[in-house]
Design a binder for this molecule. Structure first.
Ligand SMILES: Cc1cc2nc3c(=O)[nH]c(=O)nc-3n(C[C@H](O)[C@H](O)[C@H](O)COP(=O)(O)OP(=O)(O)OC[C@H]3O[C@@H](n4cnc5c(N)ncnc54)[C@H](O)[C@@H]3O)c2cc1C
Length: 476
């Protein structure tokens, strides 16, 4: 039986990054993937959705026009767009495979099951069984450490009768070859809103149905309202505080029955109500890996489980289900296995939502419990007052920054507007280094750029934005 320093289970952004990093750390690595390298992120998540997002955004500028241009005629083929999306995905997946091979990582295609855990005290490796794809049989390998990174899959509710044809999940919607005339989206969280934006741009009549009182309910309230206004202004029908009773497939579509008795017909129904964890059939129960009350694998600050030598990363552990967080988890596990003690800290963790314009957030936001005991100020700056935004005809949106009153430290930011995720990347870096208002002010920003919005919003928290009239300035 071949022995490895680390066996990584799952080839998504948690697993493949852990494998690449561990190979750089000089370890002998095996990675087991039952489907495609790149996991949800590259194959059916972040990347394919952003290809469609960027095409939908381009279509939006063709449709709504740009000052000085008169576009009389344009044409597109959705099938070609899907083919381009597949090209991007296969380029990136192929890149991951090449990198793994170049670092001498052994890649196994199949489903992994942990037969026995490593016994660190007695220096005995754990055993992992691989059910190889294409009926190639079973094989076993052993490893001194195991990193579990098996990710998540779309949640299914029996009453929603998902048939993967007319009633679909985010996995299938990325592969439909033509634009549905109408689409009902169940769930107005991040995934639901991103698809609503895409299919509305391509001409579907979109209806969103959300159980909670607002869309994007975990975001800052102002951002959620602003996004609602934008989506509604594009004729997306948004029904909140609405409970779906059941969904049934028809010959040419599906019917959504609401608890109120109302029926909604649509050619496609997208169910985007959350994700379930891929923690079954891995042998976790048998070897005694502990789960928390939400069914996530319990890990310590090193991403090690209750069993020494077994680590877990990505969607299956605590923290938000995000690709970059999954990769960060992978690096934390990898570094600790290599003997460099590193503790994870999610307090400065950014995220983006690709509606048009996009949303970005990092750290604390108004309404968060953690802010209750902190004296803070909020600064804001509008895209409409930024030269580059006007040049780009992107005047919609704003950035809000939260600074701590006592120290001037930047402790959070959120906003919506062109390239907002890139502006949030800058604030993330400042926050990573415990930066203050003065650090943002004295960082020189190239002109004209959207990034000039960052120091302005930060300074506005103390009434000192340069290009904004703020009555607070004159009270000093
Ligand atoms: C539509 C959509 C859009 C998204 N957009 C974004 C975005 O813009 N930004 C962002 O940060 N996040 C986004 N996400 C979330 C992101 O994709 C996930 O958080 C991320 O992929 C999680 O990484 P992971 O490695 O933990 O799991 P995954 O990416 O799910 O990878 C897990 C891998 O493990 C494999 N596996 C499972 N069980 C076994 C087994 N027993 N043996 C072998 N292999 C196994 C699976 O086949 C899979 O390939 C999006 C998700 C979706 C669905």
């Amino acid at each position: 039986m071949e022995n490895f320093d680390i066996c990584v289970i799952g080839g998504g952004p948690a697993g493949y990054v852990a494998a690449l990093k561990s190979a750089l750390n000089g370890m002998k690595i095996a990675i087991i993937e039952k489907d495609k390298l790149g996991g949800t992120c590259l194959n059916r998540g972040c990347i394919p959705t952003k290809v469609l997002y960027s095409k939908a955004k381009f279509l939006n500028s063709l449709k709504s026009g740009v000052s000085g241009f008169h576009i009389d005629k344009y044409n597109y083929s959705y099938e070609d767009i899907i083919n381009y999306k597949d090209e991007v995905v296969s380029t990136l997946v192929g890149g991951v495979s090449k990198l793994l091979k170049a670092r001498n990582v052994s890649i196994f295609n199949g489903a992994a099951f942990i037969v026995s855990a490593p016994d660190k005290k007695n220096n005995i490796s754990g055993v992992i069984k691989i059910q190889e794809n294409n009926n190639n049989g079973e094989l076993e390998i052993s490893a001194s450490n195991v990193i579990i990174a098996t990710g998540s899959s779309p949640a299914m509710i029996p009453a929603f009768h998902i048939d993967h044809s007319n009633i679909i999940t985010s996995d299938e919607i990325l592969n439909i070859k033509s634009i549905p005339k109408d689409i009902a989206i169940i769930g107005a969280g991040v995934i639901g809103c991103e698809f609503a934006n895409i299919f509305n741009e391509f001409g579907s009549k979109v209806t969103m149905l959300e159980l909670l009182p607002s869309i994007l309910s975990t975001e800052d309230k102002e951002i959620s309202k602003f996004t609602n206004k934008i989506l509604a202004s594009k004729d997306i029908e948004i029904k909140t505080s609405i409970e779906v009773d059941n969904i049934s497939a028809e010959d040419k579509g599906a019917i959504v029955l609401l608890k109120t008795g109302e029926k909604i017909n649509a050619e496609k129904v997208l169910v985007s109500i959350g994700r379930i964890l891929n923690t079954n059939n891995l042998g976790l129960k048998e070897i005694g890996v502990e789960l928390d009350s939400k069914g996530k694998i319990k890990t310590d600050v090193h991403n090690e489980t209750n069993i020494a030598g077994i680590y877990a990363c990505g969607d299956i552990i605590d923290g938000p289900m995000l690709a970059h967080k999954a990769s960060y988890d992978g690096i934390i596990a990898s570094e600790n296995i290599a003997g460099r003690k590193r503790e994870k800290n999610y307090s400065v963790l950014p995220w983006s939502i690709y509606v048009n314009p996009p949303i970005g957030t990092v750290g604390m936001k108004e309404g968060d419990k953690e802010l209750e005991n902190i004296k803070y100020r909020v600064g804001r700056f509008s895209y409409g007052a930024n030269g580059m935004a006007l040049a780009m005809e992107e005047k919609e949106g704003f950035l809000k920054v939260i600074t701590e009153e006592e120290t001037g430290k930047i402790i959070g930011a959120t906003g919506i507007g062109a390239d907002m995720p890139e502006l949030i990347a800058e604030i993330t870096a400042i926050m990573h280094f415990n930066g203050t208002i003065k650090d943002a002010e004295f960082t020189i920003h190239s002109h004209p750029t959207l990034s000039e919005i960052v120091p302005e919003a930060v300074l506005d928290s103390i009434g000192e934005a340069i290009h904004k009239y703020n009555p607070r300035m004159f009270k000093k």
